[in-house]
Write a protein that binds this ligand. Sequence first.
Ligand SMILES: O=C(O)c1ccc[n+]([C@@H]2O[C@H](COP(=O)([O-])O)[C@@H](O)[C@H]2O)c1
Ligand SMILES: Cc1cc2nc[nH]c2cc1C
Length: 388
Amino acid sequence: MSKSNWQEAVSAISPLDEAWVVRASERLDSLTKPPGSLGRLEETARQLAGITGELTPDLSRKAVIVMAGDHGVCEEGVSAFPAEVTPQMVLNFLNGGAAVNVLARQAGADVVCVDIGVNAELSHPELVSRKVRKGTANMAAGPAMSREEAEAAISVGIDLVGELVERGYRMFATGEMGIGNTTASSAILTVLGDTDPAAATGRGTGIDDERLKHKQQVISRAVALNRPDATDPVDVLAKVGGLEIAGLVGVILGAARHRCPVVIDGFISSAAALLAARIAPLSASYMIASHLSQEQGHARLLERIGLSPMLRMDMRLGEGTGAVLAFPLIEASVRIMKEMATFADAGVSQGPAGGAEADAVRDANLSETSAQQASEQASLLAQAGHRA
Ligand SMILES: O=C(O)c1ccc[n+]([C@@H]2O[C@H](COP(=O)([O-])O)[C@@H](O)[C@H]2O)c1
Ligand SMILES: Cc1cc2nc[nH]c2cc1C
């Protein structure tokens, strides 16, 4: 059987370039600061070098891809908001009035809004119309979609990233809109994260205690009915996932395929990231976790992928809002590499004071620092892929 285009993309994902991680480490240790003192910025600079094969990649052309889809499981009363909010918010994104639009403008990023599975017929000059089907089916009554539909939605994400890379985009953020999609994401965490539905389920748009219990029962019912195979991530996606989640799996795989960093937003995006990491373990090293959502289960999802979030903002909106907030931090790490003076340039003394012996100690420490950090990071990134 010939490979589908998404399987081709998966086979084309390669590991980070370790030689560039080491080069980045050496550069970082030559800059006027104690080694390692810029913490996560340094880690990000090394990761970006390993991803792009450049010390100072130009990531200024960047987009948040907001995948939108409806969820049949809304019939079960699992959300605090009605399903019609999904198409209404799509129009809000297109008109520039949603939170993600504001934060994207602040970060100098473009918002690309995709109809991958909204029930309504939507039309707007800026809308990317790639509907795979009108909404998922209710997973509490049968599979959310067929395997073919899940694969088609993954391909939508991969193809879109390919098109954007052609147009010069070099960094991506994941965003989504779909009333009911925290139910799908919690079901994914339950199955792939081997997690009790109670620990995997949160309040989404803001449900009360009674509805939360009901939502957990709906998830347990959907998992028992569909029996997704935890060793087959595409089966899990088709049976208890969502079209926009599948589209984001494609965005993540596509970014990794094109050696671009992909910034992961909150709970739903992280469910897509866990699926992507299970489909293609190497894709995990291209991910940057932006923030820790308030949604119950998010920390566990990130831990299962081996990611640690950059920010804690007590947000739980989705849309890509947290991911877009992290863009300037990621660009700051490139700027550090580009603009900071080295010890030699600035005539700043490096390491412990006094004598040839101190110099020798310093040199030993420094070379250890570079090599150690680079190899630690390479192995952490490899482990992230391995764990997922
Ligand atoms: O990303 C998150 O962490 C997040 C947490 C809670 C809710 N959301 C957003 O809220 C919607 C899903 O919530 P719900 O309650 O309808 O399942 C969907 O449009 C998401 O973008 C997003
Ligand atoms: C208003 C609204 C905006 C959203 N953005 C993402 N999910 C959302 C859910 C609601 C209800």
